[in-house]
Design a binder for this molecule. Structure first.
Ligand code: AMP
Ligand code: MG
Length: 409
């Protein structure tokens, strides 16, 4: 049976990065940059004041002291969005507000709280240094600076920099389209009343959510019954997507027809099992250009296999530089037990401790116990037949980054 690492390598091999499209800056949040951004202008575009005060020539104030104050003549005012036309002469000052360009001839600003103003005169009691309270032109960004690399996720700060550089649009990678099919005779839509033996289809929702979180555009194909012909028809409807994901029907049960159905559609199956827990029955193959994942049906198994295999593929397609979730070392706050020979991916809650993170299992680890996913900040990676003792160290794949742990994802 393939290991998780071998399976991931096979899954990722030959996956292309999707092409680019242009979006407005307003649409660009969380998209992935497709080309480098090189600054074509300076930020800030001119020397400007960082305080409300007076722009002056530092040379006029060198001799200023409490005993021998220097008096300057206020010859005008410049506010943000305006420019001073008249150059500053000797012993002259300009009233200036934060963000306003420095008037020609001036080279420093004295904050208003450091001077005394009386009519058109301002009294300075201390020498002002050249450049004081001046934000020099280009101090933040210079033309030619390479500001952003392809594969960068456009977070708010990046949007701000793009706006400041005057970009109205930005070139980003196309988002992968993911078609999602739930399979099983027992499944009904969540709003439907439950008949005997029926359960709501929850995988459609978890998988759509995971796909969207991975930067993809999910599209639900609904629920297919456990019938070969119906499966073929429903799966066929997803073949235009970049990735087709089904759940359930991939074990060895009498009604597990998914593999047959994708083979009937011409799939080249690469593998159908991975050595892991939860989630051993995982089918991967290609149907033409479309990548096919047949995830296991159990709610946790489908989420964990999605995390480990589908998510990196979606991120590769979407142009992300980083494909995998970050891993952290944590200390077990309770024993973390992985009975059985398969490597385990166990749901844990992370708690900040002094100098380390603590990891605590979120509860029962059965592959149908979706509730324990609710509390999971990560998946502890535990070798087969291993019990991490309390206080022992364990690797944890971070699922969330909602403030529990501060790490770049
Ligand atoms: P299967 O792989 O078809 O044997 O399904 C394994 C388990 O997962 C069964 O208990 C199914 O009822 C359950 N299951 C399959 N699909 C879903 C789904 N879409 N939502 C919730 N549970 C499911
Ligand atoms: Mg089934």
């Amino acid at each position: 049976m393939l290991s998780v690492a071998e399976a991931l390598e096979r899954v990722l091999s030959g996956v292309p990065v999707l092409g680019a499209e242009s979006v407005t800056l307003a649409e660009a949040r969380a998209r992935v940059l497709a080309e480098p951004v090189v600054a074509a202008r300076e930020i800030p575009p001119w020397d400007n004041s960082s305080m409300d005060g007076y722009a002056l020539r530092a040379v006029d104030t060198v001799a200023a002291s409490a005993d021998r104050p220097v008096v300057l003549q206020v010859v005008g005012e410049v506010t943000a969005g305006r420019v001073a036309v008249q150059a500053l002469g000797p012993s002259e000052a300009y009233r200036i507000l934060t963000g306003a360009p420095l008037p020609p001839g001036s080279d420093a600003v004295v904050p208003q709280e450091d001077v005394h103003r009386d009519g058109a005169r301002v009294t300075v009691r201390k020498a002002v240094e050249v450049g004081a309270y001046v934000r020099p032109r280009g101090e933040d960004i210079r033309p030619g600076d390479r500001i952003l690399e392809p594969g960068t996720v456009l977070r708010p700060a990046a949007l701000g920099v793009l706006a400041a550089l005057g970009h109205a649009r930005v070139t980003v990678h196309r988002r992968p389209q993911v078609a999602i099919l739930s399979t099983g005779d027992e499944l009904v839509d969540p709003q439907a009343p439950l008949g005997p033996g029926q359960i709501p289809d929850s995988n459609s929702y978890t998988i759509s959510g995971l796909a969207a979180d991975a930067g993809a555009v999910p599209r639900s194909l609904g629920i297919a019954r456990d019938r070969r012909e119906e499966l073929i028809e429903r799966l066929r409807a997803g073949l235009q997507a970049d990735v087709l994901v089904s759940s359930a029907g991939v074990s060895v049960g009498d009604r597990d027809f998914v593999r047959e159905a994708v083979e009937a559609l011409g799939a080249r199956i690469d593998f159908w099992q991975v050595n892991m827990r939860p989630g051993k029955p995982l089918t991967f193959g290609r149907i033409g250009e479309c990548l096919f994942f047949g995830l296991p049906g159990n709610p946790v198994s489908s989420m964990v296999t999605f995390e480990l295999f589908v998510r990196p593929v979606l991120r590769r397609l979407g142009g992300y530089r980083v494909l995998n979730r970050p891993r952290v070392r944590a200390r077990a706050l309770e024993p973390i037990d992985n009975p059985g020979s398969r490597p385990g991916y166990l749901r844990v809650h992370l708690e900040p401790g002094v100098g380390h993170l603590g990891a605590r299992p979120t509860g029962q680890q059965g592959s149908a116990i979706l509730r324990s996913m609710l509390l999971a900040d990560g998946l502890a990676v535990v070798p087969g037949d291993t019990k991490i003792p309390k206080g022992g160290e364990v690797d944890v794949i971070l699922l969330l980054n909602d403030g529990t742990v501060s790490l770049e994802v």
